[in-house]
Design a protein around this ligand. Structure first.
Ligand SMILES: [Zn+2]
Length: 363
């Protein structure tokens, strides 16, 4: 989480590992919003029954006024689209004064309460997320015509922006072509982030080690980004910098390594469609991937660091073993299944780099 010692430690660790491998990493600074969750939010239902709901403040949401609780009646609003509509959650208003909602309850569609990034345009009203079971409960009460009364409090605070850093190293190839391999090192305040996304960082660093030992023809930009959870801010800063330097055309394609979570369902988000096909065929040819279920999605949804590259017309592929059960939660801890999928992920990224021709066309 930016602005904490753990973010500084992550950056320092990534740099030291790249130096150890013989590369010369640089830090690319960029600004992230100054925002502090300051702990969990609370939602207490007072009617139609007394009940405390598990709750979190949505990322970048303002808190409730200093030390204050918001007390009001719950009304159905509709749906809340996240990550460009990639997720659609339920949304309820907490109403004290009819002219303006005092807070919003965001109802996660597939699991316990976890924070996600709010979309632009929702800055000034506190947003608190509740889990799917409690969402169903609220829907049920409202459908039965009950008056639902709650108090909400969130200790989040917004402050001046903070400087964050990408870490970038160039692995020079023997010939032509250029490829970017990226993973985000930031996490959300409510999670240790073992799978999302220390595992992706580990895969990229392992890839760098393998390329140090056996370089490609293509040059590889190794990019570990910050600010992903706050809106792909590090990846966007990198793309903007390359664009200003006239360097975007040189990039053949981008591989984005997201969480190597538990399970055997490998999600690939890729585009343009001919590149999606190329990537899927290459993964199917990897012996270690035979046991996997490959689920490929085109066009690539916008929810991770490949998006700013794709928007600039560059072919991209994101790979992840998605684990919605622990995503952004305190339960995202290291385990053997994540470790095994990290090994597989490193084999997969190396395989893709060695198999996919850098003469692929953009779109
Ligand atoms: Zn992630």
């Amino acid at each position: 989480v930016h602005g904490t010692a753990s973010a500084d430690a992550a950056v320092a660790y990534i740099e030291s590992r790249l130096v150890e491998l013989g590369f010369a990493p640089r830090r690319q600074p960029f600004a992230v919003p100054g925002w502090w969750a300051n702990g969990a939010a609370t939602v207490a239902v007072l009617a139609p029954e007394r009940r405390r709901l598990d709750a979190h403040t949505m990322l970048l949401s303002p808190g409730t006024p200093a030390g204050g609780e918001i007390h009001g009646r719950v009304g159905d609003v509709g749906r809340l689209g996240l990550w460009g509509g990639q997720h659609a959650w339920r949304k309820f208003a907490v109403i004290r004064d009819e002219s303006r909602p005092s807070a919003f309850l965001c109802g996660r569609s597939n699991g316990p309460a976890i924070p996600q990034l709010l979309p632009p345009g929702s800055a000034d009203i506190p947003h608190v997320v509740v889990g799917t079971d409690d969402t169903r409960r609220i829907e049920g009460w409202l459908a039965a015509g009950e008056t639902v009364e709650v108090t909400v409090s969130s200790p989040a605070a917004v402050g001046p922006s903070i400087e964050a850093h990408n870490v970038h190293a160039v692995i020079l190839g023997r010939g032509a072509g250029r490829v970017v391999v990226v993973a985000h090192y930031d996490s959300v305040w409510s999670s240790p982030g073992a799978y999302d996304n220390a595992s992706g960082v580990a895969v990229v660093l392992e890839t760098a080690a393998r390329l140090a030992a056996a370089p490609l023809d293509a040059t590889v930009d190794v990019l570990l980004t910050g600010g992903e959870e706050l809106g792909l801010l590090g990846a966007t800063a990198f793309v903007d910098e390359r664009a200003a330097a006239g360097g975007l055309d040189a990039i053949s394609y981008v591989l984005n390594v997201e969480g190597m979570g538990r399970g055997s369902l490998l999600d690939v988000w890729a585009g343009p469609e001919n590149f999606e096909w190329t990537v899927a065929q290459a993964i199917r040819a990897l012996p270690g991937a035979r046991e996997l279920t490959l689920r490929s999605t085109f066009p690539p949804p916008p929810g991770s660091d490949h998006a700013p590259f794709y928007d600039a017309g560059i072919p991209v592929a994101m790979v992840t073993f998605d684990d919605q059960e622990v995503l952004h939660s305190p339960r995202d801890l290291p385990n053997d299944e994540v470790m095994a999928n990290m090994r597989l992920g490193a084999d997969m990224i190396e395989h893709l780099l060695r198999k996919i021709d850098t003469a692929v066309s953009g779109w």
